[in-house]
Design a protein around this ligand. Structure first.
Ligand SMILES: Nc1ncnc2c1ncn2[C@@H]1O[C@H](COP(=O)(O)OP(=O)(O)O)[C@@H](O)[C@H]1O
Ligand SMILES: [Mg+2]
Length: 300
């Protein structure tokens, strides 16, 4: 979404009072925001959000990860940190941002809650809350990553649309491909978002990866007149399910770690120098006709 479109859209919503400051952010080159999103649950959004945030921090970028799964937060759990009600305290105003932040060098985490009753009972406008946090702290970071919850509720779409970049996480599962296309379609038609980045997770072989990239990029191009910028793939780690987080955050010699380093290097090398242009990635396949059939034709 271009700067102008974002500002027009925010202003048209007439709900976010500091919209002009959001626009300033793009002009001044403040923190770049990346939503890790998918529509579908279980595809690896949280794993990707944590690993990309940590990799950016290891590369020297000051990085904030915000767990936007406000009441079913998983980032702290995966990182082995104690879970708490700090996010609720922050939005109730009883604790400050500085007090609730978990810091580990250049990596900072704003965790969510887990089954907090106040959050459950009070329907809050989480999109506004997150936009306020972004506007309030964008000066302090190079990157702010937003780990999206499953689903395509309005709060999530608003946050995704506002972000400078969206990493759409897809797995080889057909329903994941369908859901990610549906997400991109709604972002495109309702919010004017034309460009997304694609990260294929749980990949078993190259042919599988290539087929997903081809299907999604051609369908988005043909039906949405949009663009999918390919970030690469993360292989399926076929170990016991309870070992994955250990591997994800463990040795730098693991294939998973190397996959992520490639993804992050590709993103930073090809985007940071041209910060406000999303047009740099090439789909690594010749464009051929691959059945011009919409992945999710029933949703219009
Ligand atoms: N590349 C992978 N290989 C094997 N298991 C994975 C991989 N990526 C994620 N997982 C596992 O898939 C499950 C869902 O991951 P998670 O990051 O919580 O997804 P989401 O946030 O989309 O719900 C977890 O059990 C996680 O360990
Ligand atoms: Mg998650």
């Amino acid at each position: 979404m271009s700067t102008k479109n974002v500002s027009d859209w925010l202003l048209s919503q007439n709900r976010y009072q500091r919209a002009e400051k959001c626009v300033d952010k793009k002009i001044e080159g403040k923190a770049k925001t990346i939503s890790i999103t998918a529509g579908k649950g279980g595809v690896g959004k949280t794993s990707v959000a944590i690993k990309v945030a940590k990799s950016l921090a290891d590369a020297g970028y000051k990085t904030l990860l915000i767990d936007c799964d406000f009441n079913l937060a998983n980032t702290a759990v995966k990182l082995g940190l104690p879970i708490n009600d700090d996010f609720a305290s922050l939005i109730m105003g009883t604790k400050s941002f500085e007090e609730v932040l978990h810091r580990d060098g250049q990596f900072h985490l704003l965790s969510g809650c887990n089954g907090n009753l106040d959050l459950f009972e009070n329907r809050l406008e989480y999109d506004k809350i997150i936009l306020d946090i972004l506007v309030g702290h964008e000066d302090e970071y190079d990157f702010i990553l937003l780990d999206s919850p499953a689903g395509i509720q309005k709060d999530t779409l608003t946050i995704n649309a506002y972000s400078d970049y969206r990493f759409v996480v897809v797995t080889p599962d057909k329903s994941s491909i369908t859901d990610s296309y549906s997400l991109m379609k709604i972002l495109n038609t309702k919010y004017g978002v034309k460009t997304n980045h694609l990260l294929v997770n749980k990949v078993s072989n190259l042919a599988q990866y290539q087929k997903i990239v081809k299907t999604l990029s051609e369908t988005v191009d043909h039906f949405l007149k949009g663009r999918v910028n390919v970030l690469g793939s993360i292989e399926y780690e076929n170990k016991a399910v309870d070992k994955f987080d250990q591997i994800l955050l463990g040795s730098a010699n693991s294939s998973i770690h190397k996959n992520f380093i490639k993804v992050v290097n590709r993103f930073t090398e090809e985007n940071i120098s041209t910060l406000f242009s999303d047009e740099k990635f090439e789909v690594p396949f010749a464009t051929t006709h691959f059945g011009k059939q919409e992945v999710q034709p029933t949703i219009c």
